[in-house]
Every structure is written in structure tokens, then in C-alpha cells.
Design a protein around this ligand. Structure first.
Ligand SMILES: *Cc1c(COP(=O)(O)O)cnc(C)c1O
Length: 298
């Protein structure tokens, strides 16, 4: 579903639309649905019965894999970054949801998490959990990108496509499937230059760029200004955004519109990649810190 967003008067001379991939599935959210689709087909074809993957405290990917395992009949294992979280399952809505879907959770140190793709650790987990289909962190691999290439069907009429960027899988699918007259702009949710190269490895086309001005201090960093913006945006458009990815991207696009970055008459399409499940847990942390919270839930 694509919705038009009506900009406040005096209206800038562009039109703005949003593709609601957050509505694809109640629990397998947005781009994580796209990224899992062909991986689950492959796992079935290889007769795998178990999925194993990685993620952080409020990971949308972990929640999506847990829900997909329950719905499509796979056992699931989640290796979670941070041993201290083991005692917090009951107060962490994302981990609790994953566990209640039947996901087996193991909490690993930050050091092991960093080395999670090393063969010695993978061998250790194979001994412990038996045969499994491995989904990388964030779900990004070639089959995930193939799924993300389906996001842009029937969207030729847009000049700019804007999306949030984490590992770069989603934007790579968009780049591969965009028309030559379209430009893809990615808004990284984290600091660092490695993304350019990762995306280049997954794509051939050149009609894209990253705008690195709207990470708000880095991955998972949330400011009162961002929260106020997201609450206002929801009040105005009845569209909830998430504070890790889509909130920052939409903030960036509206700021660029104000700064006249887009030529007059441009048609801009935002991709809502979902991620709303994390809001409850993130709100609880903001409350502890006595900071403004999002006034909506998923
Ligand atoms: C995971 C996620 C992203 C990042 O997607 P990548 O393919 O890793 O770049 C963006 N938005 C939301 C809501 C996500 O959950």
C-alpha cells in the first residue's frame, strides 16, 4: 500500500508518498519479511528444520525469525548479544515475544558476538544445536536482497526512493530493481563508512547515494528532538515510525525538503521498513532515563 503524505502549508513543491511495508505482517515486520522469504524457501528445499541467527536486545530480525519459525514450522535459535540480558527476558518485550514463539535464546558475550562468523564458533554451535540453516545478523545475504528487489514493483512514477540503512541489504535490493530515471537515497542508522563498500558488492547500478547526516549520534542513539518529531509526525499522519531506523530517515527527508534538496516537482517515495515491535522496550528505557517517550505503541 502506498499513501500520499500531505505536507504542511506553505507546501514545498514536491509530492511525498510512503510505502507501508510495516503492514505486511503483524510480527514478521517490513523488510525482515522480504529478507526471510527466499531464505525460508531455501531452508525447506535443503530439508533444514532449524534456523539459527543473531541479534541485539530489541532486534527486529530476531523477532521476525522467531515468528516465522512458529508460523512456517521451523525450530529457531537466537544468539543474543550481551550476557546480562539473560535475566531480563521477562522485562524485554522483544526477547519475551521471541521466547514465547518457541525460540531458544542463548546470551553470548560481546566478544563472542563480534567473532560470530568465525569457523571455530560456528563449529561449536553446530555441535550444540545440530544441523541448522544459518541466517546472518540482520538477515542480509543474496537471497535476502532478492526478496528486497520485490519492494519496488509498480513504482516507476517516483523520482526518488528513500530508505533507512542498517546492514545495507534492503537498499541493495532497491538499487537492483530501480529504474534508470530513479535515484535511491539511503539514510544509515549508524556511523561508519563500511556501508558504501558493502552495498557496492551487492549491486551494479550507480543511481544511489547515502546521506550520513541523520544518524543522531549512532546506532540506537535517540534524542528528545527525534522523539518529538516522531510524535508530531504520528499525530499529523497517523503513521507510527520506529526510533532506530525509519524515524531518522523520515526526519532526514523532511529536513532535506525544507532545505530544497529535491528539485521542484519531484515525486518522493519513502519506504516504511517496519520495526515497530521494538518501541515498547525502547520506551521503557527512555522512561528510566527520564527522557521523552513515544506516545504510541505498535
Ligand atoms: C533491519 C531494519 C532496517 C535495516 O535494513 P538493512 O537491510 O539491514 O539495511 C531498516 N528498517 C527497519 C525497520 C529494520 O528493522
Amino acid at each position: 500500500m502506498i499513501q500520499e503524505l500531505h505536507l504542511p502549508k506553505p507546501s514545498p513543491s514536491v509530492s511525498l508518498f510512503i510505502k507501508r511495508d510495516d503492514l505486511l505482517h503483524p510480527h514478521i515486520s517490513g523488510n525482515k519479511f522480504r529478507k526471510l522469504k527466499y531464505n525460508l524457501v531455501a531452508a525447506k528445499a535443503q530439508n533444514k528444520t532449524k534456523l539459527l541467527t543473531f541479534g541485539g536486545a530489541f532486534s527486529n530480525h530476531i523477532v521476525a525469525v522467531a515468528a516465522a519459525g512458529k508460523e512456517f514450522g521451523f525450530e529457531t535459535v537466537g544468539l543474543i548479544r550481551g550476557e546480562e540480558l539473560a535475566t531480563q527476558i521477562e522485562v524485554n518485550p522483544s526477547l519475551k515475544f521471541a521466547r514465547d514463539c518457541g525460540m531458544e535464546l542463548e546470551f553470548i558475550s560481546r566478544e563472542n558476538y563480534r567473532q560470530k562468523n568465525d569457523s571455530a564458533l560456528l563449529l561449536h554451535w553446530q555441535k550444540k544445536y545440530g544441523d541448522f540453516y544459518l541466517l546472518p545478523e540482520g538477515g542480509t545475504n543474496d537471497l535476502a536482497i532478492k526478496g528486497c528487489e520485490e519492494i519496488l514493483s509498480a513504482t516507476d512514477q517516483y523520482d526518488f526512493i528513500c530508505c533507512a540503512v542498517g546492514t545495507g541489504g534492503t537498499i541493495s535490493g532497491l538499487i537492483n530493481s530501480a529504474q534508470p530515471h530513479q535515484k535511491i537515497i539511503g539514510f544509515p542508522a549508524l556511523k561508519g563508512d563500511f556501508l558504501q563498500e558493502d552495498i557496492r558488492n551487492f549491486t551494479h547500478n550507480k543511481n544511489w547515494e547515502l546521506n550520513t547526516d541523520y544518524h543522531f549520534g549512532g546506532y540506537g542513539k535517540i534524542t528528545p528532538e527525534l522523539i518529538r518529531f516522531m510524535n508530531d509526525f504520528n499525530a499529523q499522519h497517523q503513521i507510527p515510525l520506529d526510533p532506530i531506523y525509519t524515524g531518522k530517515m523520515v526526519f532526514g527527508v523532511l529536513d532535506l525538503i525544507q532545505k530544497k534538496y529535491f528539485p521542484k516537482g519531484s515525486r518522493i517515495l519513502l519506504i516504511h521498513t517496519g520495526g515497530l515491535q521494538g518501541i515498547r522496550g525502547i520506551n521503557a528505557i527512555l522512561k528510566q532515563k527520564n527522557q521523552p517517550q513515544l506516545d504510541y505503541y505498535e
